[in-house]
Design a protein around this ligand. Structure first.
Ligand SMILES: Cc1cc2nc3c(=O)[nH]c(=O)nc-3n(C[C@H](O)[C@H](O)[C@H](O)COP(=O)(O)OP(=O)(O)OC[C@H]3O[C@@H](n4cnc5c(N)ncnc54)[C@H](O)[C@@H]3O)c2cc1C
Length: 416
């Protein structure tokens, strides 16, 4: 079914009785060409690109819970492309280009809003460091600039520029940064993959791998054994757990990250803004809620909930940056399980088992990565070759010393 203004009009005039379910609910078949484990953003995007770009449609996505119930539906929705390290730089730049055409590609409104992203600097040294980052972003062909206090004051008068401890000296402005509706991204990819013949199988947890002579031949699941020639893992926070089922020891730790939303209030925050003296970022959703978050809870866990000390720290950072948010009442909070790699960068690679591929290590930044990650993982599974824009995300980089150390761009376990 093609979504359009005409279709809305037609359905509206005929009692809205013609809408079809957005995806089917098929039973698993005994065998597929490709199985993707994990119905999050990366797994569903991979299924979409496998079907659309490579015509591989005999594919199942196996999801232990419901589609989009993991981090893809739990994040703070920030989309940006300001990474500096070779490897990440070209990858996130490519992802941004895919975001810019994603609603059209999927025929589904993912509500990608390029409202602009402002990262505050609180010392002259931080301005200098962000100036270097702006130069790197511009050199790559994406746009960024350093803006001064007066410009920030005009754009965001609610920021406390003269905070006694953290005065604002300037900011890094990326006008193509912004947000997208996280659930819609999962649903849009799911709908597209399903419409091309991919089976999306929910409530189907993978519990083991069948491996013969170093080659994967299928998976054991809570809904029985399923055979496949190729299997891709995209299970984010459960990467270590699922990897261990195939004998993989991954350089990844699972950590909790929380998100918070206030009651809906009148629009006042026009951009996505991050604090430079701590880990705090905020935007305002289309429903009016202030959506914000901070640092990891900093202990290993598979629980999708966090603890109060982090709530206090996030509130402190938020109040230091925008004192007015102290008046908003918090409505909801939740946690997601982050697949933290030790250099802050992801993996899209083959494993030592023939036919088994791995996608993970997205840390707290994998929402914006979903389009390029899906495209690169589909390319690797379909062709056996690494996509040019994701060629450095190798599993052996800790052995070879080719780390992509993006640690300076946010918190990672190794820094604490
Ligand atoms: C609070 C929070 C805020 C964030 N903010 C941002 C942000 O602003 N910008 C940004 O770019 N990124 C952000 N992220 C990170 C981003 O959400 C993740 O990096 C990304 O969503 C991870 O990839 P995914 O979507 O595939 O993961 P998920 O949606 O978690 O998908 C993995 C799926 O695998 C399934 N699974 C696990 N084990 C099995 C099994 N054995 N069998 C079958 N299925 C299994 C899970 O149920 C899950 O649905 C944030 C994350 C959180 C939690």
């Amino acid at each position: 079914m093609f979504y359009s203004a005409f279709e809305i009009l037609k359905q509206g005039l005929t009692g809205n009785k013609g809408w079809k379910p957005v995806w089917r609910d098929p039973a698993p078949k005994p065998e597929y060409d490709v199985i993707i484990i994990g119905g999050g953003g990366h797994g569903l995007a991979t299924a979409h690109y496998l079907a659309k770009t490579y015509g591989i449609t005999n594919v199942a996505v196996l999801e232990r819970g419901y589609l989009g119930g993991g981090n893809i539906g739990r994040n703070t929705t920030i989309v940006r492309c300001d990474y500096g390290q070779p490897g990440n730089s070209e990858f996130y730049s490519h992802s941004m280009k895919l975001w810019e055409g994603l609603s059209q590609d999927l025929n589904y409104n993912v509500m990608h809003s390029q409202r602009g992203m402002l990262q505050l600097c609180h010392s002259d040294e931080q301005v200098a460091s962000y100036r270097k980052r702006a130069n790197m972003i511009n050199a790559r062909g994406d746009e960024a600039q350093i803006i001064d206090r007066d410009t920030i004051r005009k754009r965001a008068p609610y920021i406390d520029l003269d905070n006694a401890r953290f005065p604002v000296r300037g900011g890094l402005w990326q006008k193509r940064g912004g947000t997208a509706r996280h659930d819609a991204v999962a649903w849009g990819y799911a709908r597209s993959a399903d419409s091309r013949g991919v089976d999306l199988i929910q409530n189907c947890a993978v519990t083991g791998f069948d491996i013969t002579d170093g080659r994967v031949t299928g998976v054991q699941t809570t809904r029985g054994a399923i055979k496949a020639k190729k299997i891709g893992m995209a299970v984010a926070g459960r990467s270590s757990e699922v990897g261990a089922m195939a004998g993989l020891r991954l350089p990844i730790e699972s950590h909790v990250l929380q998100a918070f939303v206030t009651e809906g209030i009148k629009p006042f925050i026009d951009y996505t803004i991050s604090f430079g003296m701590g880990h705090f970022y905020i935007n305002q959703s289309d429903k009016g809620g202030l959506v914000f978050g901070g640092d990891l809870d900093m202990y290993n866990s598979y629980a999708q909930r966090g603890n109060l000390p982090r709530v206090e720290q996030v509130a402190e950072a938020g109040m230091a940056m925008i004192p007015a948010i102290g008046k908003a009442r918090q409505l909801r909070s939740w946690g997601g399980i982050m697949d933290m790699s030790m250099d802050g960068s992801p993996f899209i690679d083959k494993t030592h088992i023939d036919g088994l591929f791995f996608n993970g290590g997205w840390c707290y930044g994998g929402f914006k990565a979903a389009p390029a990650s899906g495209a690169a993982f589909a390319h690797l599974i379909a062709t056996g070759q690494h996509a040019s824009f994701a060629a450095k995300f190798r599993l052996d980089r800790y052995k070879t010393g080719h780390l992509i150390d993006e640690g300076g761009h946010g918190a990672s376990p190794k820094l604490h």
